[in-house]
Design a protein around this ligand. Structure first.
Ligand code: GLC
Length: 626
């Protein structure tokens, strides 16, 4: 396909705009090969734009005119497994109306590229990046699905697994066969000396089922770097050929209609002896090059960093220093998620207040993915400093949270499962669905009506908070219906030793139907209230992600107070983390809003002249001046 003159001009302008960034980063990363790599990247991008459909090029122009598209208050995310949600990609296409009805604008379908056979870490061991998992359909199905999604204003988000490929991937096979070019795509060592030197400072990600970070491979005759499972071979990003491969792949997938790449395990891609081999500065140079390339060849595309790292390290993924605003557009707010569950277990918001107040400020052009649950386990990433600030021992508190959410703690309402108990570090992560962790499973089993009410209230509180924090609230499939742990997961031998499958259930379409019919069920209450929160959110300009949420010190430890300053006036959000009604002095609101306010979730006007204002158990309230 040849480009018409305006399309050519637009491409050339974008190249001129971003090529200097690419040059600076390449010169730092690969000084000897910078020129050659620039030429290769140019060829890849030029061929990609030529192949890009007129419709997608139009979307590019739209996005160039609306660079804050991901930051809008009506952006709502949803994440699901295609097969568990609707059988296959065609099935997802047939259920787009459900997503559209919920208000979804951003759909993350869990790994759908062809994985290795057998165990594949939920699809994160990709054997072929240019093929769809055969049970899910074909590349044509993907293109049809993305077209249908676009017609419904929904962007497709996909996992781009960049840290590793499956042992069965062609590159790995050719490396095993002895091709030097492909051996250089991986990190292979003839004996233990180098691996041992690295191991001294490397943590273990899956100590239970994949101890250590290197795997001996007989065929390769080498120790292969495998951070995750032994069948996931880490790529050598210090080799610019790997960068060129991934830019080419991204262009190709973007031309199939993918709009957001979730950069999987991005923190791990650059290795450095003597460190934990995470968050190395080169990661950000690489991301900046890839993002610049996408801005040139497919500007409709955005990046989401999957960096589940400490807040100090996290901000670099959204851009600090010279990368400010030039790397990923979005990142997971893991801290918020962990603090939400911490608040639910303790009925106390003080630690969340400290932790959120200590978060560095993100670049205003970026956004968060805010979430209650995802497909992974929850690691209790509570820092010793944040714990100490509220007079608690960090180690003990993390143990308490594991005990609480695995149901071992005496007053626990949760039904979670321990994932990867590491006695050496004390790290004990937790699996379980939002509803089971929030107490719905236990309360239903025990026929405890009050318990059911409280569990629903907790889920809604957390979901309303992720709607109000600023960022894209991402609904984890089934949470809108309160789906419980799926303990049948262990029947599948490929999943039996990985209890994260307990919280990756199948969609319950019968339940959806019953909810639609208005049956009196927990699911109906959750579904209605979550839809309502999303609808309200879409109308609140203060929730644009360029505005930062500030934590306001609360006079009562049970209440978390957030403030979002905006030219239209501030939004003050109150969240009661406890089962008690809390009366607050009216100054918490009047100092910001004056004496008349509107509460947006309930839709009531408040006269704030009386001295106290009452906040109901687990109430979430968003106030503006009226
Ligand atoms: C990411 C995924 C996780 C997977 C890992 C390795 O952290 O979320 O599910 O196990 O990457 O690819």
């Amino acid at each position: 396909m040849s480009l018409d003159a305006p399309a050519r001009q637009s491409f050339d302008l974008r190249w001129d705009r971003y090529a200097p960034q690419i040059a600076v980063c390449l010169a730092r990363l690969f000084p000897d090969r910078a020129y050659e790599v620039t030429e290769r990247l140019y060829a890849i991008l030029e061929s990609a734009i030529e192949q890009r459909s007129a419709e997608l090029r139009r979307l590019d122009e739209e996005r160039l005119l609306l660079p804050d598209w991901l930051q809008q208050p009506d952006m709502v995310g949803y994440v699901c497994y295609a097969n568990r949600f609707a059988g296959d990609l065609q099935g997802v296409k047939n259920h787009v109306d459900y997503l559209h009805g919920l208000g979804v604008r951003y759909l993350h379908i869990m790994p759908f590229l062809k994985p290795r056979p057998g165990a594949n870490d939920g699809g994160y061991a990709v054997a072929d990046y240019r093929m769809i998992r055969p049970e899910l359909g074909t590349m044509d199905d993907l293109e049809e699905l993305t077209a249908e999604l676009r017609a419904n204003d929904i962007s497709l988000v996909m996992d781009l697994v960049i840290n590793h490929v499956a042992r069965e991937h062609e590159w790995a096979a050719r490396a095993r066969a002895g091709e030097t070019r492909y051996r250089d795509y991986f990190l292979m060592y003839p004996d233990r000396s180098v691996p041992d030197a690295y191991e001294r400072t490397l943590p273990e990600i899956f100590p239970d089922f994949a101890p250590g970070n290197f795997t001996w491979d007989d065929e390769a005759g080498a120790w292969v770097w495998t951070t995750f499972n032994d069948y996931q071979w880490d790529l050598n990003w210090a080799n610019p050929d790997v960068l060129c491969e991934f830019v080419d792949l991204m262009c190709w997938l973007a031309n199939k209609g993918v709009e957001v790449f979730r950069l999987d395990a991005i923190a791990f891609i650059w290795k450095r002896m003597g460190t934990n081999c995470q968050n190395q500065p080169e990661v950000h140079d690489l991301t900046q090059i890839m993002r610049a390339c996408m801005r040139i060849a497919a500007p409709a595309v955005a990046f989401k960093a999957e960096a589940i790292v400490s807040p100090e390290d996290l901000m670099a993924y959204l851009g600090t220093g010279e990368h400010y605003g030039l790397v990923s557009d979005m990142a997971y707010h893991n801290e918020l998620m962990v603090q939400l569950w911490n608040c639910m277990a303790t009925a106390d918001a003080k630690m969340a207040e400290v932790a959120l107040a200590n978060m560095p400020v993100k670049p205003p052009s970026t956004t968060w993915a805010t979430y209650v649950r995802g497909h992974d386990d929850i690691g209790w990433a509570i820092s010793d400093a944040d714990a100490a600030a509220v007079g608690v021992d960090g180690y003990e508190h993390r143990r308490f949270l594991s005990d609480f959410y695995s149901g071992q703690y005496k007053t626990s309402f949760a039904r979670g499962l321990v994932f990867q108990d590491n006695p050496l570090t004390g790290d004990r992560r937790i699996s379980g669905s939002a509803a089971s962790l929030a107490g719905l499973e236990k309360a239903l089993d025990e026929g405890d009506e009050h318990g059911v009410d409280m569990a629903i209230a907790r889920i809604l509180l957390m979901y309303t908070l992720i709607c109000g924090y600023g960022g894209v609230p991402v609904i984890y499939m089934g949470d809108e219906l309160g789906l419980l742990n799926d303990m049948d997961y262990a029947r599948d031998p490929a999943h039996a030793d990985d209890n994260r499958w307990a919280h990756r259930p199948f969609m319950d379409w019968d339940l959806v139907e019953r909810v639609r019919n208005g049956e009196d069920l927990p699911a109906t209450r959750l579904d209605r209230a979550i839809r309502h929160a999303l609808q309200v959110r879409a109308t609140v300009p203060q929730l644009h992600a360029s505005v930062a949420s500030e934590v306001v010190p609360s006079p009562d430890p049970r209440i978390l107070i957030l403030k979002r300053e905006h030219p239209l006036g501030p939004l003050i959000e109150l969240y009661n983390m406890s089962e008690q009604r809390v009366d607050l002095h009216h100054s918490v609101l009047t100092q910001h809003l004056g004496y008349t306010a509107r509460e947006l979730i309930g839709g009531y006007d408040y006269d704030l002249r009386p001295a106290t204002i009452g906040i109901w158990p687990y109430q979430a309230a968003w106030f503006i001046a009226s």
